[in-house]
Design a protein around this ligand. Structure first.
Ligand SMILES: CC(C)(COP(=O)(O)OP(=O)(O)OC[C@H]1O[C@@H](n2cnc3c(N)ncnc32)[C@H](O)[C@@H]1OP(=O)(O)O)[C@@H](O)C(=O)NCCC(=O)NCCS
Length: 257
């Protein structure tokens, strides 16, 4: 794990995690974490997935710059996506990533916007504090697969709070300087938006980060309120994944899907 974290740090992936456990531990426990090394044990890269019931979420595929474009990514990907069942991922703007994922049966679907902005001045629908068990069924519905253990793991982290409304839920994690929202979901798109906005208000942080699929009603709400697009990925899925995940009423966690 120290060697994996060293690679992850070079790509800035651990910036939102103040210590361990982190999302790499989650991939190891609830999916697959692969480390690629040369014959002398020198790091080449790593990749990771998380399982949600039958669905595989490809969370990471990273090859160190000095080893890119020599087949390491493809080799790891073939192993990571070897299980049957629907597959989804968030592809970066690196054309090699999208090309590899398309060749493994996934298709570019919609943008995933990484938005940041102030929590003040937004609608604040009422939410109640709850636990992972309470939201597990709704999360399965919105995210496309069951992951009760992953949700319980995340909710037990020190700075994580889980909020719910009658038709929606959202997890919020306070970091040193902001709050990260996700996963969140709802019976309807508006239920999801209300739960996320309620969680944003309840978390009482100055600024927040959230990954929102392009078709989600929160996109006009947050950008209309002056939030900024910090980064953009492409939500990709194979045919099975397209049937399961509900991008207009789901807000994934940036690292856990
Ligand atoms: C994306 C990444 C993981 C791929 O790993 P890699 O070891 O460099 O890639 P590989 O050499 O295994 O494969 C690259 C593929 O891209 C293809 N490719 C390269 N440039 C391309 C382009 N402009 N358009 C289409 N395909 C392209 C190559 O032909 C090759 O496909 P092939 O093996 O089927 O011929 C790696 O480059 C990386 O770490 N990038 C930076 C981090 C990142 O963005 N990761 C993705 C997170 S979603």
């Amino acid at each position: 794990m120290p060697a994996v974290r060293k690679v992850a740090k070079r790509f800035g992936l651990l910036a939102g995690w103040s210590g361990t456990p982190d999302f790499l531990d989650a991939e190891r426990s609830f999916g697959t974490l692969l480390f690629a090394a040369d014959e002398a044990g020198g790091a080449l890269g790593f990749g990771g997935t998380l399982r949600r019931g039958p669905l595989t979420h490809l969370g990471d595929l990273f090859v160190l710059p000095e080893h890119q474009s020599s087949g390491v990514g493809r080799t790891m990907l073939t192993e990571l996506l070897s299980e049957n069942g629907p597959k989804v991922t968030f592809a970066s703007s690196d054309p090699r990533a999208m090309a590899l994922y398309v060749r493994h049966g996934l298709r570019p679907w919609i943008p995933l916007l990484y938005l940041t902005g102030p929590t003040a001045g937004l609608p604040a629908p009422p939410v109640r504090r709850t636990d992972a068990d309470d939201i597990a069924a709704l999360d399965t519905h919105a995210s496309g697969g069951a992951r009760r253990a992953t949700l319980a793991w995340y909710a037990a982290l020190p700075d994580v709070a889980v909020y719910a409304t009658d038709g929606g839920y959202a997890a919020a994690r306070r970091t040193g300087h902001d709050v990260v929202i996700g996963p969140g979901g709802g019976v309807s798109p508006q239920d999801c938006a209300d739960a996320v906005l309620g969680a944003l208000a309840a978390a009482e942080a100055g600024t927040a980060r959230i990954a929102v699929p392009g078709t989600h009603p929160l996109v006009p709400t947050l950008l209309g309120a002056g939030w900024r697009i910090g980064d953009m990925d492409t939500l990709m899925a194979d045919d099975g994944g397209l049937d399961l995940i509900q991008p207009d009423r789901y807000v994934p966690h940036p690292d856990l899907g």
